[in-house]
Design a protein around this ligand. Structure first.
Ligand code: NOJ
Length: 756
């Protein structure tokens, strides 16, 4: 049976290669035929097996499974009861497991190997939130391509990325994994990342299937608390949450992943409305949906299912096709079908979707095509990736503040003191999703500074510890809040320095899954240290390393230069040093608003107008404001400085057709450095059937300008940018008055109105 199948499939693929006229549509038809044929040979147990995904024993990226269940995994593979493994990587490991499926199971159906290749496999790019700050779609796509190239060489054929969840609450630890708060930019980035991972030819062993996750609204958990309830209206769902998912479908993403949360009362894993009605019917998605880790079983905790059996039934009915690590599909689905509680056609649909992706990946053609040890050795950590990964790290850095042009630093005749445990940390810059990367493989800030320095005296003093004990991926971190050893040495050294670089922020494991924070200031003793150093030497460059927006009010008032350097990956220290010394002129722009105070969260620039807008000049209290804080963010969405200056002028609008507006603006580099500017175009629909945001990003363009150079940018806004979704999901464009804003950030713009 197995040989017949492989033989048939082999002949089919040879035919495809020999006949270039077999275009993608006819390939789809062929694949569908193959899927049907294979399906007709499968027992119900084997079908359900395809819907079952287990984690390997290398890494646990969720709660550890019950030992008894875990022991049976390999046996299940041989029985054909497993369709996919996650957390098995490296050619030798993958090969051993794939062989069991292909050579020992009755039908020899290859497994698909999934892994969280979030921002790199072993060569690590900036965390996705940082990457998004580059606004450079080509560079972001390239980063996903590199991740796919490296991971596929290690046997991986499916990544659980991109996370396209829009997030407005910096308390949530996973804001680091997304593209920030804006659905327009988020959609562009979703597309770039899907295209980067999947390439033009999914059957190539150099590309991998992508996952749009977490469907849906996982970024809207109440109070920024991980896995918490989400309750949002459909206006927000359609206009803010769904667009990046839709963009992923349009980019032909092969899989979706459920979200852990309850969405408006229903766990997303069992939500027929989003999975069947929107995703599979309305959007016509023909890939498959994988649950999140035990999210099927968690429907019992949500009070939505009586037990695992009920949960399996509800998940399949809703449209979840593959079960990650809950065991309920494999334990319950066969008897649910036998009892008539689940229709076999739902199982057939799920299995067809899964098999189709396996065919598209070329796994039936050659299940070992991703498994060349030589290729793995040549590819993993290959320095050929350096230029692009380092390039993106530089583009991701955001210059938040630079009073009196303290930056860039001179390379000569200065004494520079570098302070902070993070500056010498070669692991934290890899972020929390570094599961395949070896510890200590990032270039630290101290190393980077020494590489780019010419003739300065550079001294490093660690200061107080940030973390007590040995941090471990799945354990809680213990932040040092009491041990002040190290303060004195820092303060003494700061007195003698011309400039102090304080590298402060979050440990690499303080953001990411399960790492919500109730306070988002500088953790531990760092704020105290910063203030103590400031007293003896205010000439400070604060270099931040973190996975989320932080509250930085004090620093913003006192510290002359602040650089947001996130967790920039393998080449972190080099990227930061190039920026600090001016070899690279920073161009990053924030994609999440930085609050002044925690109490402002959730905070986002594209809010709706209120009935009583804030007017600080007004004396009375009856307006939408805080009595103890401003409404505005400390650093707005889109904010990011350069060493040069860009002047905007001559904003002109004209109507080009009944539903489109032509925007034109002049931008001039009036400073001394060559620089890249991201020109941002925002729209406000003044009066509509529903209240529309005060500003929404609808276009942007990056331009490089030499000193004194000026360019005119022309941008066309069409119905696509000017319309919106009604609460029932219908798309609408309405003629009327629009205000168009163009500028360097969401808060610094020129604006004009036009009626069309
Ligand atoms: C749980 C996370 O929510 C998800 O994003 C990830 O892909 C899975 N674990 C697998 O590691």
């Amino acid at each position: 049976m197995k040989l017949t199948l492989m033989g048939f499939v082999g002949i089919f693929f040879i035919a495809c290669q020999q006949n270039p006229s077999l275009n993608s549509a006819s390939r789809d038809i062929e694949i569908n035929q193959k899927v049907e044929e294979l399906l007709s040979k499968m027992t119900l147990e084997e079908k359900v097996g395809q819907m079952n995904q287990y984690s390997g024993f290398m890494d646990f990226t969720g709660p550890e499974p019950d030992k008894g269940q875990a022991a049976s995994k390999l046996e299940h593979i041989k029985k054909g009861w497993v369709g996919s493994m996650l957390n098995v990587h490296g050619v030798e490991n993958v090969k051993a497991v794939q062989k069991m499926a292909v050579e020992e199971s009755r039908l020899g159906i290859p497994l698909i190997f999934g892994f969280d290749v979030i921002h790199g496999y072993k060569t690590i790019s900036p965390i996705p939130l940082a990457e998004s700050a580059s606004w450079d779609l080509k560079a972001i796509k390239r980063s996903a391509e590199i991740a796919a190239e490296e991971a596929s060489s290690a046997g991986i054929n499916w990544t659980f990325a991109p996370m396209v969840d829009i997030s407005r609450d910096a308390r949530w630890g996973r804001v680091m994994e997304g593209a920030g708060e804006d659905p327009f930019l988020g959609s562009k980035i979703a597309k770039a990342r899907v295209e980067g991972f999947q390439g033009n030819d999914l059957s190539s062993p150099h590309t991998i299937a992508a996952t749009a996750k977490h469907f849906a609204a996982y970024g809207f958990g109440d109070a920024g608390r991980e896995y918490n309830t989400v309750d949002i209206g459909t206006t927000t769902l359609y206009n803010t949450v769904l667009p990046p998912f839709k963009a992923a479908v349009d980019a032909d993403v092969k899989t979706f992943m459920n979200a852990f949360n309850v969405l408006n009362g229903i766990p997303a894993t069992g939500d027929e409305f989003i999975l069947r009605d929107i995703l599979k019917s309305h959007w016509n998605f023909n890939g498959f949906v994988v649950s999140d880790w035990d999210s099927v079983g968690e429907m019992v905790n949500h009070g939505y299912a009586f037990d695992g059996r009920d949960a399996a039934k509800k998940a399949v009915k809703a449209g979840t096709d593959m079960d990650m690590e809950s065991y309920h599909f494999i334990e319950e689905l066969v008897s649910l079908v036998d009892n008539g509680e689940v229709e076999e056609k739902s199982i057939d649909d799920a299995v067809s979707r899964i098999l189709r992706v396996k065919f598209e990946l070329g796994l039936f053609d050659d299940p070992y095509q991703y498994l060349s040890s030589d290729r793995e050795k040549q590819t993993v950590y290959n320095s050929k990736f350096k230029e692009d990964v380092l390039g993106l790290a530089k583009k991701s850095i955001v210059l938040l503040k630079n009073d009196n042009q303290l930056l860039p630093l001179s390379k000569e005749n200065q004494s520079i003191l570098i302070v902070g445990e993070l500056a010498n940390d070669k692991t934290s810059p890899l972020g929390s999703w570094r599961i395949a990367a070896e510890e200590e493989t990032a270039i630290s800030l101290v190393e980077g500074m020494k590489t780019y320095n010419s003739n300065n005296k550079i001294k490093y003093v660690q200061g107080p510890k940030l973390v007590n004990g040995d941090p471990k991926f799945i354990k809680q971190l213990k932040i040092n809040t009491t041990d002040r050893a190290g303060f004195t040495e820092v303060i003494q050294s700061a007195k003698d320095a011309d400039v102090v670089i304080m590298n402060l922020g979050e440990h690499g494991l303080q953001s990411g899954e399960g790492r919500s924070r109730a306070e988002i200031g500088l953790p531990g003793l760092q704020q105290e240290l910063l203030e103590a150093v400031y007293i003896v030497n205010p000439n400070i460059v604060l270099v931040l390393q973190n996975g989320r927006p932080l509250t930085l009010n004090w620093a913003d008032k006192h510290i002359p230069a602040i650089v947001e350097a996130w967790q920039l990956g393998t080449y972190s220290g080099l990227a930061i040093a190039e920026v600090l010394f001016g070899d690279y002129n920073p161009s990053g722009k924030l994609t999440m608003s930085f609050p002044r105070s925690l109490g402002q969260l959730p905070l986002y620039y594209n809010e709706l107008p209120t009935g009583r807008p804030n007017n600080p000049k007004q004396e009375d209290v009856f307006r939408s404001h805080y009595i103890d804080e401003e409404n505005s963010p400390l650093y707005a969405f889109g904010h990011g400085l350069s060493y040069t200056h860009f002047e905007y002028s001559n904003l002109k609008l004209s109507q080009t057709a009944s539903k489109s507006i032509q925007v034109s603006i002049d931008i001039k580099n009036t400073g001394k450095y060559l620089g890249t500017e991201t020109v941002q175009v925002y729209v406000r629909d003044k009066v509509a059937q529903i209240s529309r945001p005060v500003k929404e990003l609808k276009a942007f363009e990056q331009i490089e300008l030499k000193p004194n150079q000026q360019k005119t940018i022309d941008i066309q806004l069409t119905e696509k940018e000017l319309g919106y979704y009604l609460p029932n999901g219908d798309w609408i464009f309405e003629n009327g008055e629009f205000e168009i804003f163009v500028g360097t950030s969401s808060s610094e713009t020129l604006s004009e109105k036009i009626s069309i």
